[in-house]
Write a protein that binds this ligand. Structure first.
Ligand code: SAH
Length: 347
């Protein structure tokens, strides 16, 4: 089996080169080519031909293919659907903000967490992405769009903490000056709350931003819309958040998608105030994106206003997430679903 070169950390690649009887500094040269999107050893023209041949025998490099690229006429948001080496597909979104360009990447093909409002989980989990595949989502989005990427959010398809080792490796690769040179403080990892992984993440002391998809402050509501809550519970989640904050000094954010009649009552708002205060969390309110296969509707303006008033009175820091790319299937998982359905009806 040939090894996946792009998933290797710099020192691992150096060791591989030494084992092939080559000089360590070649690793840097190779990674510079990779950063430019070159995925054929033969095109790495400053490497001797004999080395290129050796690399070809020992390692494999893949290149994702663009299946579709949609550009929002409203705000320039770009949504890519990539085909991976085994025919699977994932989505990546590039959004422009005043502070720079953010790429939203997928961490798995599909998802097994089963959130009731989410399109990504409908077909279940197919597999986790390799570090190289996540890296290529960023690299090729940047190369294709011509937009320099300054921030990364792991909020696309999949649950990053369910693909822990590969995600951590990806984060280390992103940091590499030869590749993307994006600092941890510019990276946000979003989780549905796999609490058993929080300590592992905190122990790595990565200085990234951890965002928790809370969506409900009580077990009854949360277990109903997020099966990942069952057997874990909101109390354990809040305790894990507090411990993460204490260990890393990094404030956690709660994502809260406002769903009509489900999690948007005044009782929920009051409980959310308590939960946010218990662990010093910032709250991101998100108007629910309508998903065709799901029965949920976004909250009304009136309910959102009443909800925000209670957060204000409770002294909770919150922002209302701007919706970008609403004309390009921006809610994650929707594009992949649509293409899958189209394929299913044509084959
Ligand atoms: N698995 C991770 C990251 C992927 S989803 C997580 O659960 O956090 C990224 C965010 O989009 C999560 O907060 C998720 O709950 C939210 N989301 C999913 N479907 C949505 C929808 N229809 N409307 C609004 N937000 C949604």
């Amino acid at each position: 089996m040939k090894k996946d070169l792009l998933s290797m950390l710099p020192d691992e690649l150096e060791q591989e080169l030494l084992a092939l009887g080559e000089a360590k500094y070649r690793a840097k040269q190779i990674r510079r080519w990779l950063a430019r999107g070159v995925r054929r050893f033969n095109e790495m023209s400053d490497l001797p031909k004999a080395l290129r041949d050796k690399l070809d025998e020992a390692f494999v490099l893949y290149r994702p293919r663009v299946i579709s690229k949609q550009v929002s006429a409203l705000d320039g948001t770009i949504k890519y659907l990539w085909e991976l080496c085994d025919g699977n597909a994932v989505e990546t979104v590039v959004m422009s903000y005043q502070y720079g360009n953010t790429v939203c990447i997928s961490s798995q093909v599909g998802c097994r967490q089963g959130c009731a409002f989410c399109a990504s989980t409908i077909g279940g989990l197919v597999r986790g992405l390799e570090p190289s595949e996540m890296l290529d989502e960023v690299l090729f989005s940047e190369l294709d769009s011509g937009k320099k990427i300054s921030h990364i959010v792991l909020m696309g398809i999949g649950e990053p903490l369910d693909n822990f080792d590969n995600v951590v490796r990806f984060l280390k690769l992103v940091n590499d000056p030869e590749l993307l040179n994006i600092g941890m403080r510019h990276i946000t990892l979003s989780t549905c709350g796999l609490v058993e992984r929080f300590d592992d993440l905190a122990a790595l002391d990565l200085q990234l931003t951890l965002t928790v998809s809370l969506h409900a402050p009580d077990d009854e509501t949360r277990s109903q819309i997020m099966p990942a809550n069952r057997g874990r519970g909101v109390d354990a989640l809040i305790t894990a958040c507090r411990r993460y904050f204490e260990k890393t000094g990094r404030r956690i954010s709660f994502e809260y998608a406002m769903i009509d009649g489900v999690n948007d009552t005044e009782r929920h708002a009051r409980l959310l105030v308590r939960r946010a205060r218990e662990c010093g969390a910032h709250v991101n309110l998100i108007p629910l994106n309508h998903v065709e296969e799901r029965r949920f509707k976004p909250s009304t303006q009136g309910h959102m206003k009443a909800f925000m008033k209670i957060l204000d009175e409770g002294g909770v820091n919150y922002t209302v997430r701007r919706t970008l790319g609403s004309d390009v299937d921006a809610s994650c998982g929707q594009l992949r679903r649509r293409i899958e359905k189209e394929l299913a009806t044509t084959t």
